[in-house]
Design a protein around this ligand. Structure first.
Ligand code: NAI
Length: 249
């Protein structure tokens, strides 16, 4: 069945790959990111393959922006019943150097963002008596040096996921988390830059630690998100699936 999906942070990286994958599976996709013009490439890729997509500019941490974005999606593509909370940022620093702004920004985009988006979309899912919410966590939820803010947010995402699964299950809505390990995107590129090593070396070092011997690609994560969004996975809810080329949980 063709549905309307929203993927946040879908201008690039994991979100873009997920938007393309869901569109290929027949869903109309709202490609949501901070800046609408940044969504153009993902939207163009989807339309070039015969899919249906629109770009939507919104800050997921801004309640007013979230409400108007979801209203616009309802008007243009129809009520959204699939939501992928993927938008994310890093503000890495060791605890003694971490500013309040580093902390607040990361907690706000990942947790407040997922909360606001889920709250805005759930009424449409309840109405349809069917829904899928997939939240992006991370192996950093298990602890990672320099990421007290991000680890707290990504562990928080898992608690949020399990609670929504309990609250929304009776309406035919499943809520799951995907927790990627090292995925090659602009986010990991920025990390390499911050710690002052070349990206190729950073990738090689990361791959050496990964049992399957390679870093992940955005499509690896999109495949896991797609599983949770499928029509026949309605009995799987409240789970966190590590997509890390090995066991990280
Ligand atoms: P990315 O940095 O390439 O893309 C993130 C996107 O989110 C960007 O397009 C950005 O503009 C958008 N975004 C940021 N703040 C936003 C806001 N307030 N409202 C709307 N959009 C916003 O990142 P990547 O690597 O594709 O990551 C996607 C998700 O996967 C994030 O939640 C990240 O934490 C998570 N993740 C990534 C891993 C990796 O190795 N790349 C590993 C584990 C988790």
């Amino acid at each position: 069945m063709n549905r309307t999906a929203i993927v946040t942070g879908a201008a690039r990286g994991i979100g873009a790959a997920t938007a393309r994958r869901l569109a290929r599976e027949g869903h109309a996709v709202a490609v949501l990111d901070l800046d609408e013009s940044a969504c153009a490439e993902t939207v163009r890729d989807i339309r070039a393959e015969g899919g249906q997509a629109i770009g939507v500019g919104a800050d997921v941490a801004d309640a007013t922006a979230v409400t108007s974005a979801v209203d616009r999606i309802v008007d243009t593509l129809g009520p959204p019943t699939i939501l992928v909370n993927n938008a994310g940022v890093l503000r890495d620093n060791l605890l003694f150097k971490m500013t309040e702004d580093d902390w607040d920004t990361v907690l706000s985009v990942h947790l407040r963002g997922a909360f606001l988006m889920s709250r805005a979309v759930q009424s449409h899912q309840v109405e349809a008596q069917w829904g899928r919410i997939v939240n992006l966590s991370s192996t950093s939820a298990l602890g990672n040096r320099g990421q007290a803010n991000y680890a707290a947010a990504k562990a928080g995402v898992q608690g949020f996921t399990k609670t929504l699964a309990i609250e929304l299950g009776r309406y035919g809505i499943t809520v799951n988390a995907v927790a990627p390990g090292f995925i090659v995107t602009d986010m990991t590129r920025a990390t390499a830059q911050r710690i002052g090593i070349g990206f190729d070396e950073f990738v090689a070092r990361g791959a050496a630690e990964i049992p399957v011997g390679r870093p992940g690609e955005p499509e690896d994560v999109a495949a896991a998100v797609s599983y949770f969004c499928a029509s026949d996975t309605g009995f799987v809810s409240g789970q966190a699936l590590y997509v890390a080329g090995g066991p990280r949980a």
